[in-house]
Ligand binder design. Sequence first.
Ligand code: 5AD
Ligand code: SF4
Length: 484
Amino acid sequence: MVSGQDNEITNTPCEVAEEKMKAEVSYMKAKHLHIVTMGCQMNVYDSEQMERLLAPMNYRPTADMDKADLILVNTCAIRKKAEHKVYSFLGRLARMKQRKPELIIGVGGCVAQQEGYRLVELSPHVDIVFGTFALKRLPALVRQVTEKRTRVVDVDNTATDEASYVKPSGPQGERATAFVTIMTGCDNFCTYCVVPYVRGRQTSRKPDAILQEIQHIVQNGVREVTLLGQNVNAYGLKNGHGCDFPKLLEAVNNIEGLRRIRFTTSHPKDLSDKLIGAFGRLDKLAPHIHLPVQSGSDRILRRMNRGYTRDCYLKKVEKLRKVRPSIALTSDIIAGFPGEETTDFEDTVKLISSVGFDNLFIFKYSDRKNVPASRFANKVSGALKGERFARLLNVQAKITLQKNLSLVGTVQEILVEGLSKKGDDQLTGHTPCNKIVNFVDRTALVGDLVPVKIVEAFSHSLLGCPISGLERHYDKNGGIMHAA
Ligand code: 5AD
Ligand code: SF4
């Protein structure tokens, strides 16, 4: 629903025409757009969509927030901390708007969807609240604010058409990797999670649209795509496009010029044998899977409504490793879920130690509005959550470092992504198993695949040294067969 709030200005017909003309002229002038993206990779993709959608209105992206005519905040509601970050950032924008009253401020994403009108009530400096379903209506909302000087809220979630996006056009800038959303929403209703409420039901994009988008970005220099969805394993199961996720992967694998495919996130209950088999069949599918386990206790997994047992998860890990022995595994864990007893927690510690994840994202359980777990009894105290969180971090830190150290001396194929944040003229990229490698190479360009010898390992990255001067052997696609 699009609706004007307070601050409505009533003009005479003549003034309206003049205003309209002024507005049209101002559309012709380049205006500056600054987007602040919080949260997950899907928000990164959605922010790119916002740029594409507003380009025909002459909005040009700027990294300098002070220069912006329009600031959009793309928000995340997954945990309380993420939501607090939104409000504290909006406080900063309030001060900015006092100095620059013509600035337009829009809030999009999951917090916008969840809070809707409350957000404009709480934040009088916010002009546009656009929920996760309103992305495509963003130009109309911006136009409405510009022309009518009104504040607008669009949190309509009744759209039933399938997920679709604006196609990229033109060059992709200097980037070797890109995200491509293949489905939105989630039907799983894990008891702690807000996603099904703020992103709606599972909806898949048409395979042709996905393939065309990937072809376009690959022709423009992208070498690696990460296919995104809350539960990519369920891609196509509902929409009847005649293409499930393994079939989509196969089609993406056939795209000429593309070198690596990644995907996230996979729900363990939907990880089929056919998809596991794809890791053995598809040469471009990178040997890494993010497979969130959340807990090592069957009792807690049941309370979370995850739909698998600890044993079932471990069997899938075993199968994956059989098909692709080099596969890297990462996962998510929630510490201190309501009702988590010491024995449940110890089961999680044991699972982490026995699987040996390459990396782990650990979160303290956070109550979310209206989700079932927020009404569960036996909440774990903040102090105990903190203790468990610290213990898990500690256990995993040792495993991660051990895994990284085991790579010292090996040669890894690195996709050059750009300059490292560390400076020192270092380039940065990832190994096929998704580990960050920094190295100095005076000749490599963004998008090159370079064989790099790992010389040092740290907890979050590796240091490499390019194998230059030594003979490299290439296969017919330009892939490195081996480096001496
Ligand atoms: N509290 C803590 N962590 C959560 N996650 C999702 N919802 C919550 C919550 N309410 C974590 C899960 C999920 C990851 C993206 O965020 O581990 O996999
Ligand atoms: Fe949330 Fe569960 Fe869906 Fe993941 S699978 S998005 S945790 S409801």
